[in-house]
Unconditional design. Structure first.
Length: 674
């Protein structure tokens, strides 16, 4: 029978009038407790027989004339009961038969003692001795766990034998019958009640245990379901990045320890943004689901695992034995999607169906000790496939110059930069000219190669924006800056550069809110620097995102004002908290014309009601000029160079003097994540 659920437990407690289901629960109780009942009955009968034989001592003291007869009777009945019990145990015990054997043994033991004892000449002694007959009545519960009806029948039989002997054989006086009879009846009622309560408690304990097992099983199942959910992509149902990363580590361990070769294949849906923009996000999601389902089916013969690596990109991990096997698998993936014939008439490359570009890499001799290398190589191969017209397959070739392109190497490296501690933050102080204190810091990203070589932000930031890596890196920067600067209170405000790509991404504001909640940081301590660089008149989605961020209390700063073509449009569309005037205007301020232009720009921004921050302060003369122009905040090498967290927090908040990098006396050029 299957384990019953909570409803069956409730029925078992008789909260419902379903007699058939109640009987089902009772039967389940009997079946599941049968081994325990058999063991208890066997133990009880052995103990009862031993106690029964020990009472032979009282026989010799109180009824010595029939003591020998009583001893023979006790031995015969005890031996017969134990033989019957052990025979049943040998043949395959049944709880009902064992209980019946115990009950019959108890009644027979009482009768086998009572009738021979009734023939004694020591009648007066026997009348007192018969008090111990109540032990047989209570034995049903002292030594056995008989069911209620069987226990009552057993006790009633003992009571009937006692009354019959007292009345018919002894003809005892009324007072004796009333006194001892009342005692026996009381014992009968008491033991019957005790038996009823014990059986009820056993039943309730069983129901509680049954419900506990049910809840434990449900908890285990929920845990398994949550684990599956945590490893499953919410949209496509394939493994998510967390699960596929674990599979990748398992494959890598197999390669390192046992030489089991495997391939990593990146699959990117071609021109998916155009598909999404034209057909809508729901259609785009449906397209990804269809692609995922088709790939899952196609990959079954290859014993490969499929995961969604982010956006429209999937990853396939599969055991492999040769380059040809990898090529065959990759081509199968490409053909599978093309044969789906999903209409995509927004393409401009001559195709009108959804296709994928496939980049593959595989382990080989002298592959190297780093796990991320295979993903980097697969990403390079994928880039090569895209560069060669898409809807094609490329296998990584270490001898191919195109695969070794430095920019694509960095693009692949950015995918694993956070996980491998290749990115870090430095902080440049912001001086409040009104108070003379450092009341803010700008968080700036730094990247290094696997060998520790630094990569200039001017190199990796454009690559991050082009490949979309800026999305994850930007959120990482915000979380890191909150944890390192704001949570410990090293500065009242930290500013983070935000790319228009991030502002266009669905869910960016929600992701920011989640970070603020996780770190416990109030939004008013965070500033987002948005670089002037695109025409905002047709970017309503960006404006909505900025409004959402502002509603969280986040300060919105306009960065590098005056260098783009849309500066005035930005000021018209949005009320920025602070406007950062680009350093180029300050550098020209040593000429009358340049100083006049800087003054005009400052007046323009100030008339709009924005606070002003001028960046690029490198000399004391420039700082004094900013005081003369009554600028709110300044930033630059003279105020403080970008420094690591340890260096930044070692400076007092009112530190204004210039500083140099601990490891480099040359000026550090400030680059942001945008």
């Amino acid at each position: 029978m299957n384990q019953p659920g909570v409803d069956l437990v409730r029925i078992g407690r008789r909260d419902a009038p379903d007699r058939k289901r109640i009987a089902e629960v009772v039967k389940l109780h009997q079946n599941q407790t049968e081994p325990e009942r058999i063991a208890a009955a066997r133990h009880g009968l052995w103990v009862a027989v031993i106690v029964y034989l020990c009472f032979s001592v009282l026989d010799h003291l109180l009824v010595p004339d029939v003591a020998r007869t009583l001893l023979s009777s006790r031995l015969a009945i005890g031996a017969l009961a134990l033989v019957a019990l052990e025979t049943q145990m040998f043949l395959g015990p049944k709880a009902r038969l064992i209980d019946l054997t115990c009950a019959l043994a108890l009644v027979a033991g009482y009768a086998g003692w009572l009738f021979p004892a009734a023939t004694t000449e020591f009648v007066a002694n026997l009348r007192y001795y018969m008090v111990f007959g109540a032990i047989f009545m209570m034995g049903a519960n002292l030594f056995f766990g008989l069911r209620f009806l069987l226990s009552m029948t057993t006790s009633a039989s003992v009571l009937a034998l006692f009354l019959w002997v007292v009345i018919k054989i002894f003809g005892a006086e009324t007072s004796y019958i009333i006194a001892l009879g009342t005692f026996y009846v009381t014992c009968f009622v008491f033991t019957s009640y005790v038996n009823w309560r014990l059986n009820k408690e056993r039943y309730n304990v069983f129901l509680n245990a049954l419900e506990a097992r049910k809840q434990n099983r449900e908890a285990v199942e929920r845990g398994k379901a949550l684990l599956r959910l945590s490893n499953t992509d919410y949209l496509t149902g394939v493994e998510n990045r967390r699960a596929i990363d674990q599979r990748l580590r398992d494959h890598w361990a197999g390669w390192q320890n046992a030489g089991t070769a495997f391939a990593a294949i990146l699959v990117d849906v071609d021109f998916f943004k155009k598909y999404n923009d034209y057909y809508g996000h729901q259609a785009g999601d449906h397209c990804l689901v269809l692609v995922a389902n088709a790939l899952k089916t196609a990959l079954i013969p290859f014993n490969a695992s499929l995961g969604r690596y982010g956006g429209e990109e999937f990853i396939v991990l599969a055991p492999t034995s040769s380059r040809d096997d990898v090529a065959q698998l990759a081509e199968t993936i490409r053909q599978t999607v093309e044969k789906m014939a999903l209409i995509h008439d927004q393409r401009k490359d001559g195709m009108n169906v959804v296709t994928v570009s496939v980049g593959a890499a595989f382990t080989r001799a002298r592959f190297g000790p780093r796990l991320e290398k295979i993903i980097t190589e697969a990403d390079r191969a994928l880039y090569s496939a895209k560069a060669n017209g898409r809807n094609c397959v490329r296998l990584f070739d270490p001898n191919d110059p195109q695969s070794g392109d430095d920019s694509e190497h960095i693009a692949a490296l950015l995918r694993v930069a956070v996980a491998n501690d290749l990115v870090s933050l430095v902080y440049q102080p912001i001086l409040n000219l009104t108070t003379g204190e450092i009341d803010g810091a700008e968080a700036l990203m730094r990247l290094k190669l696997l060998d520790g070589t630094p990569v200039p932000p001017s190199v990796f930031i454009p690559i991050a924006e082009r490949t979309g890596s800026i999305l994850d890196l930007g959120l990482w920067t915000l979380r890191q800056a909150c944890q390192e600067i704001l949570v410990p209170g090293h500065a009242p405000v930290v500013s983070v550069n935000v790319s228009p790509i991030q502002l266009k991404t669905r869910g960016f504001a929600a992701a920011v809110a989640e970070i603020l909640i996780d770190t416990g940081v109030d939004g008013q301590h965070v500033a987002f620097e948005i670089t002037e660089g695109i025409n905002m008149d047709r970017q309503s989605d960006i404006l909505r995102c900025i409004k959402d961020l502002e509603n969280m209390g986040i300060r919105i700063w306009l960065d590098d004002f005056g260098t783009g073509f849309a500066g005035l449009s930005w000021l018209r569309l949005f009320n920025f908290d602070t406007v950062k005037i680009d350093r180029s205007f300050l550098q020209d301020s040593d000429t009358p014309k340049g100083r006049s232009m800087l003054r005009d720009i400052i007046a323009l921004v100030r008339n709009r009601g924005h606070r002003i921050l001028v960046e690029g302060i490198e000399t004391e003369e420039q700082l004094n000029l900013m005081r003369q122009f009554e600028i709110d905040h300044v930033q630059g090498f003279f105020i403080g160079r970008p420094a690591t967290l340890d260096v930044f927090k070692s400076k007092p908040l009112n530190h204004v003097s210039a500083s140099t990098d601990d490891n480099d006396n040359t000026p550090m050029v400030t680059h942001s994540i945008n």
